[in-house]
Design a protein around this ligand. Sequence first.
Ligand code: OOG
Ligand code: MG
Length: 252
Amino acid sequence: MTNIEEIARELDDAMLHARPVPQRREPLDVAQAYEIQSASLARRHARGERRIGMKMGFTSRAKMAQMNLSEMIWGRITDGMLIDAGGTAPRARYVHPRIEPEVAFLLKRPLAGRIDAMTAMAAVEAVAPALELIDSRYVDFKFSLTDVIADNSSSSGLVIGAWADPAGDLSNLGIVMEIDGVPRQIGSTAAILGNPVCSLVAAARLVAERGERLEAGHIVMAGGATAAEALQEGNHVRLRIERLGSVAFSLV
Ligand code: OOG
Ligand code: MG
């Protein structure tokens, strides 16, 4: 029998000590992987962290190609993962940090189940340019679909820029992500399922499959629009998204 609690503890410890663990040898199924994710989050909540939303993964071709996986996944985000915009995050906290450009939605109404894009946007209070710092708790950043789900979909840090009015077309806004002033990833919000709002639609459906809903006040990260970039200590990262503005932070 798969010991959900034991695997959750192993992954949580790997996160806490920034010490990676090997991939699982015994295969998990997707439902078990989400149960492990939930159990590892319960450990964070027991330490005082508060749930603030969810993140989508593998919502762009670039991300799927980079990690060689092709199914959408999601993870749970907490206040303990927030990094101040314009601030710093310590390199020592992570195993092998990577950064990717995303769009964040702030909800003013709950969402769950099968909804259309209009309904999804009607529940959005604001949008922001956002960076996701991902860090796999597995050796060499290598994992299967169920491994990465169990590991909270590599979720580690979030840097959210100023919230902007969600009115207007979000489907094709230019993206430039710079590291130390050099453009490293260039793209468009169109890379996220054709329009980041489609990621919010998918998020509502996927959480409902696990008996949850997206809550008012929650943040939903739409998923990386480009491949992720590995980070080194001292790197300064800046993301600009057309019309939405910019967000930056440094790894120290
Ligand atoms: C898994 C998480 C994927 C995204 O935005 O696609 C993700 C990983 O790449 O480690 O966060
Ligand atoms: Mg991401």
